[in-house]
Ligand binder design. Sequence first.
Ligand code: SAM
Length: 305
Amino acid sequence: MPESEFALWQRLIEDRTGLWLPENRKTFLLSKLVNRIRIKGMGSYGEYFASLMNSGEEAEWPTLVDLLTVHETRFFRDADAMKLVQDFAKDIIQNEIKQRKTARSDTVRELLAKREPLTNLIQVWSVGCSTGEEVYSLAMQLQTLSNANESPFYFGVTGTDISYPSLAIAKKGRFKRSRIQQIPANLRAQYFVSDDAEYSRISDEIKDRVCFVQGNLGELEQSPVQLYNIVYCQNVLIYFQPQRKKEILDQLVRRLTSGGLLVLAPGEAMNWKHDEMQKVPHPTCLAFKKCKSESNNLRSNYGRK
Ligand SMILES: C[S@@+](CC[C@H](N)C(=O)[O-])C[C@H]1O[C@@H](n2cnc3c(N)ncnc32)[C@H](O)[C@@H]1O
C-alpha cells in the first residue's frame, strides 16, 4: 500500500474513532484489512475503503474497529490504583456519615440508626472498559466496602467502550476460571459462582450495580454530560495523538463531580495540566482530583438524583 493510501486510512480511522495508527502499525492495519477484504470477497484495499463510505455498509465499520482496537485487560490490573479508588470512596462515605450525624433533623438520625442505605452516593465510570474485568473489579471493591460500612451505600459502575463484541462479553459477566485467578481470593469466593467446568460467573449482587454502554471517545463532545465521582481511564489514551488526548481529558474533567477523582495509567498523560485539576501525590499512580469550587458544587448537586 503506497504512503498516500495509508494516509487516507489513517485519516478515516482517526476521524471516526479518534484512534491514531502510526507508521509502525501499518503492517498491523494491512493484516486486518486483508482479513476483511477476503471475507467480503473484495479485490482491493480501495474497493473496501469505498464500501466503508457507502451508507449500506454501516454494519462493517464496528467490525473493523473491533479488529483495530487492543482489548487486553485483566481483573485488578493496577492494584495500587484500585486501592486509591477504595480509599477515595471511603472518604466520601465517611464525610457523608459525618454530615448526617451532625444533621439536626431527627428523621435523618432515625434513618441512620436503621442502617438505611446512603442513596446514590458513588458513581464510577470505567472508560474503555473492554470485556468488563475493570468494571467488575471496581464494583467488587465498592460492594465489599458497602457491606462493611456502618451504613451501606448505593453505587454504580458504568463501563463504556467503542467495541460491541467486547461489551457483549462484558455484559455476560462470565469468565474462564483461569482469568479470575488474579482476583483476591476473598472477593473471588464471595462474588463468583461456578457455571460449569471451565467458567465462573459474577454474582447478581455485583451485576445489579454495573451497566455497559457503547460509546466512542472521539465523539464525547457531542454526548450528554453525566457526572461521576470517579472516572477510571487506563490504557486507552495511549492510542490517541497528543491533541486528541488533551481534548478527551478535558471532556472527562467536565464529567467529574466537584472533588471527583480521575485515575489514569502511569505515564499516560505525564505533562497534562488542567486549571480545575490537582495531581494526587502518589508514588505509583497517576491521578487527579477536581478542585472544589462553588460552580463545580452546583454542577455536582445538579447531577445527583
Ligand atoms: C487495552 S484496553 C484497556 C482496558 C481496560 N481499561 C484496562 O486497562 O484493562 C483499551 C480499550 O479501549 C477501547 N477503545 C479504543 N478506542 C476507543 C474509543 N475511541 N472510544 C471508546 N473506547 C475505545 C478498546 O476497544 C479497548 O477495549
